[in-house]
Design a protein around this ligand. Structure first.
Ligand code: FAD
Length: 477
């Protein structure tokens, strides 16, 4: 009788413990993916992530076909679909890799109990993290709330090496499933996914190629370069990690290997690894504080009086705030489904602090538009920027979108790429076009208020307003 592997956020064959356990059981395999938008409290994927999922499943299906099997696709609540698959295939064992959000844990826990109750062998594994959230503990035995001690403690633990999917594969006859096209995960009219197709190769092979290029060509210089949206020094592995097309263990091993071989400076490798641990920290928070996506981590922030400004929010979404760095970021997000981390911080800060808009509004927009929209990293990062999060930026830190641009996009190359209507401006004004003399604007073909907006809010005034507003709850923070 076969072993069923239920694939979820682990769309890969290598270093996939659930797949390896099923193969090691000596049983023929059934590999299945369930599009579950029906289980209680499961947050449906946003548009960009649905696009990615569709492409990633197509790639995985092709890999499995090449090995002689079929990826079975089913739609519905997992509590019904998995038992139905077990019945249809006569599976004797079910394996999966763990998830860490509360609704997913509830689904998996109930299912495990039901399957074990009906005599099946059930195995669950860690495929998504370097360390399970419950294994990293403070001295008092509780979860960490601050990154640095979390990092120090986690780093003392061993990370098991990645497994290769070597040897032969044996598949059972697959029960019937859906056609991927019928799920309509990709947009048709309007087809907004052109920029996504141009920029990304979802799937395990795409992930491996991205990792190899990053390690060979881009990782050297990461320590300084990671803050520069105009330079190619970040890995852009985030959507591949989000969908589990590559495991953090594989990423860690490749980076360590390059550092040990001396092909990249150890300093850059270490800095990069510490960023991977921010992802670990977010998952640690999600597991221990499951409301992180809905509730202020710091409950005293509940007293903050948001005063959302619909005009500013609309301009922000469209990349028309009049602050070139923020607009470049928001357009990069819309066009490519991804935004550089430095710009995410500045853009989020503008919405929250200049716009006095609840971080949850921004989190929703990112959830819908990011290909790497992640249930742990997205809310944890938004709360970090708001100041309401664990180990967050202090509430009085209000990014200046002009000086951030001048510092991190010094020649304006990033802005020119995504805000082409400003391309003709000299470097001195590329981050503050409203300060350019009339003849400079004319020569660059920029007409403020027509070809490009004036700032939707004045930085200095917005800063004072936000500080005053935050001061009201300061005593409570
Ligand atoms: P690299 O610099 O190459 O880092 C490698 C990996 O480390 C990343 O893929 C990611 O998994 C992890 N990582 C790096 N920086 C961070 C960080 N600050 N926090 C947590 N993990 C990190 N990341 C997501 O994966 N999904 C999200 O939905 C998400 N939303 C964000 C929202 C806001 C407002 C902000 C400020 C940050 C958000 N991040 C999110 C974190 C970070 O911006 C991205 O992980 C990073 O930009 C991805 O690009 P990269 O893979 O090239 O990163």
């Amino acid at each position: 009788r076969p072993a069923l592997v239920w694939l979820r956020d682990d769309l890969r064959l290598a270093d996939n413990p659930a797949v390896e356990a099923a193969r090691a059981s000596g049983r023929p395999l059934i590999l299945a993916y369930v599009l579950d938008e029906e289980s209680p409290n499961i947050r449906p994927l946003g548009g960009a992530a649905r696009w990615w999922l569709g492409r990633s499943l197509a790639a995985l299906g092709a890999e499995i076909r090449a090995l002689g099997g079929t990826l079975v696709l089913r739609r519905g609540a997992a509590a019904e679909v998995i038992p139905a698959l077990v019945e249809a295939s006569h599976a004797a064992a079910v394996f999966w890799n763990r998830r860490y959000g509360a609704p997913e844990i509830a689904v998996d826990g109930a299912l495990k109990a039901a399957l074990v109750g009906s005599g099946l062998l059930v195995g669950s594994f860690n495929a998504a993290l370097l360390h399970e959230p419950w294994t990293v503990k403070t001295q008092a035995g509780g979860p960490f709330r601050v990154f640095t001690p979390f990092y120090r403690s986690a780093r003392q633990q061993e990370v098991s090496p990645p497994q290769r999917a070597a040897g032969t594969w044996s598949f059972a006859e697959a029960p019937p499933g859906d056609r991927l096209d019928d799920w309509a995960l990709e947009p048709t009219r309007p087809d907004w996914a052109g920029g996504l197709r141009e920029n990304w190769t979802p799937g395990e092979r795409g992930a491996a190629a991205r990792l190899a290029t990053f390690v060979d060509e881009e990782l050297a210089g990461y320590t300084q370069g990671r803050d520069r949206p105009d330079l190619p020094h970040v890995s852009r592995l985030s959507p591949h990690l989000r969908f589990g097309e590559v495991s953090p263990r594989q990423v860690l091993a490749a980076v360590r290997h390059a550092a040990d071989a001396g092909t990249v400076p150890g300093r850059d490798a270490e800095k990069f690894v510490s960023e991977l641990y921010w992802r670990e920290f977010s998952y640690h928070l999600l597991f221990h504080f499951p409301d992180i996506g809905r509730q202020n981590f710091n409950a005293r922030f509940d007293a903050f009086e948001w005063q959302p400004d619909a005009t500013l929010e609309r301009a922000w979404r469209k990349g028309m705030t009049g602050y070139p760095l923020v607009d470049a970021g928001m357009r990069q997000l819309w066009q490519t489904g991804w935004m550089h981390n430095r710009v995410r911080m500045v853009a989020a800060s503008l919405l929250i602090k200049h716009g006095l808009t609840d971080w949850r509004q921004g989190e929703e927009w990112f959830w819908d538009t990011l290909v790497d929209a992640d249930p742990a990293n997205n809310p944890a990062s938004w709360q970090w920027v708001a100041g309401s999060g664990a180990d967050a930026a202090p509430y009085f830190r209000i990014f200046n979108p002009v000086s951030q641009g001048e510092k991190f996009d010094p020649n304006g190359a990033y802005v020119r790429r995504f805000v082409p209507e400003l391309a003709g401006l000299p470097d001195a004004f590329i981050h503050k076009p409203w300060q350019a003399p009339a003849d400079v604007l004319r020569r660059a073909g920029v007409v403020l208020g027509e070809t490009y907006p004036r700032p939707v809010v004045d930085h200095a005034a917005a800063r004072e307003r936000a500080l005053a507003r935050f001061a009201r709850i300061r005593g409570e923070l």
